[in-house]
Design a protein around this ligand. Structure first.
Ligand SMILES: OC[C@H]1O[C@H](O[C@H]2O[C@H](CO)[C@@H](O)[C@H](O)[C@H]2O)[C@H](O)[C@@H](O)[C@@H]1O
Length: 435
């Protein structure tokens, strides 16, 4: 990894240097090569800009590590954050207001970027980050396991009761297969609790954002469903306290029948965790008695470190525009990705507004170069569920909710009411403390 310092921002030759993090990790061979090739091509086109890539290992998938980096003041000039991170980035005092720098001149596709995503990085009318990826969650399932369990792989479960029935059949296959798998550590439990709660029609915080709002029948139903599957049916496997990569590792090894996630989870299963694309399909997020009332939408973007020179901000935006927001380039270079072990054709990201020029170009390229069987995502795409963003200051709340999730997944005698009450009190304390 290179230095994260920006004190060498302008060298004697008048070059502008920016450090950028979340370069893919070494195990993501093709993604890493693509990133490095993008840097080389970008620098060739912009000989006055030097992009210093910084890999922070798997930390870009681990919210507690991001929080620690922020606290340690070691963020790069242009730094990656989840859509959940604006509040903590602002609290840390490290984000630059980039409102006056961003527009069609600096990011040519800016007018096509979904305004709802810009809003996620906006506070008090000021823009602090540029969205580069987004997703919404559904039910991901292993078609091969469905078939072995005698389930219809073209008809994923639509309700939590159907998920429960299918999970029992899949776990009955034995061999350590979990019918349904769930997270409960490293803030991932809280993340999934939120999506499950949205499916019930609930919300994590009251409309004014001042109080916890999950200690109610909908929150109880979420935990009860999981407790029933885990200990009533024994259909969730015995290994719990899973974090992001743990569940995907098990999935890659063919040990997970279903889990909730975003389309790009299949990419991680294949490119990082040795799975096969043809095994995986996706349906909409189930609901309690019918379609889900809502699903969670999230994603990520890049922030700019306070104190950068205007030239550095300009250079950073130019890089983000090139690598993340231009159809046919960087993350949208589908011609390059097609022969790689990297999916083209997933219903994600949805960065550009429906009907915008950039969206049309991106969709055309995506269709022309698809290398996955897009029918595996038909049930998900054909049954859209209203998307709800993550709560403000989500990661701190998710950390609290991990305990409620791990409670029902690791203790057969867990008291759902008590777990929710404890989480509610803690979240209310967080909110009262303004953190
Ligand atoms: O650690 C939990 C967090 O993970 C989310 O991001 C991860 O899942 C995304 C969807 O599959 C994926 O796009 C991203 O690369 C992963 O790191 C999420 O966005 C966070 O808000 C969440 O707390």
């Amino acid at each position: 990894a290179c230095s994260t310092k920006s004190d060498d921002s302008a060298d004697a030759g008048g070059k502008v240097t920016i450090t950028v993090d979340c370069q893919p990790v070494g195990a993501q061979k093709e993604l890493l090569k693509n990133w490095n090739d993008d840097v080389a091509e970008f620098q060739r086109q912009n000989p006055n800009i030097v992009v210093k890539s910084v890999s922070v290992g798997e930390q870009c998938n681990n919210p507690p590590d991001f929080t620690a980096r922020l606290a340690g003041g070691t963020v790069t000039d242009v730094f990656y954050g989840y859509m959940t991170d604006l509040q903590q980035v602002l609290d840390s005092g490290q984000a630059m207001d980039i409102t006056d720098h961003v527009g069609k001149d600096s990011v040519p596709t800016w007018d096509s970027v979904d305004p709802a995503l810009k809003e996620v990085f906006t506070d008090g009318g000021k823009l602090y980050g540029v969205p580069v990826k987004n997703y919404s969650m559904g039910l991901i399932y292993n078609k091969a396991l469905f078939q072995r369990a005698g389930l219809d792989a073209a008809n994923p479960p639509k309700t939590w009761a159907e998920v429960r029935t299918a999970a029992k059949k899949i776990s009955a296959l034995g061999g350590g297969v979990a019918g349904y798998s769930e997270y409960s550590a490293g803030n991932t439990g809280g993340w999934h609790f939120t999506s499950l709660l949205y499916s019930q029609g609930g919300q994590v915080l009251s409309a004014d954002g001042k109080k916890a709002d999950f200690n109610n029948p909908m929150g109880k139903q979420v935990l009860q469903n999981l407790k029933d599957m885990r200990y009533g049916d024994n259909s969730m496997g015995s290994r719990q306290l899973l974090q992001w990569g743990d569940l995907l590792t098990n999935a890659g090894a063919g040990k997970v029948g279903m889990f909730i996630g975003a389309p790009d989870a299949t990419q991680a299963i294949v490119s990082q965790f040795q799975g096969k694309y043809q095994d995986w399909a996706m349906g909409p997020l189930p609901g309690q008695d019918g379609p889900a009332k809502a699903t969670l939408g999230g994603g990520e973007g890049y922030f700019f470190k306070k104190g950068l020179s205007p030239e550095q901000v300009k250079a950073g935006l130019k890089w983000i525009a090139y690598q993340k927001l231009t159809p046919g380039k960087g993350q949208f270079d589908y011609v390059r990705a097609k022969p790689q072990n990297y999916p083209v054709g997933l219903p994600q990201p949805l960065l550009f507004t429906n009907g915008s020029d950039a969206q049309k170009q991106e969709l055309d390229l995506r269709k022309a170069n698809a290398n996955v069987d897009t029918t595996n995502f038909t049930a998900f795409e054909a049954n859209p569920v209203p998307i709800k963003g993550e709560p403000r200051n989500a990661q701190a709340i998710y950390a609290v909710l991990d305990a409620a999730m791990s409670g029902v997944l690791t203790n057969p005698n867990a008291n759902v009411d008590a777990l929710l009450k404890t989480a509610e009190d803690k979240v209310n304390q967080l909110l009262a403390a303004g953190s």
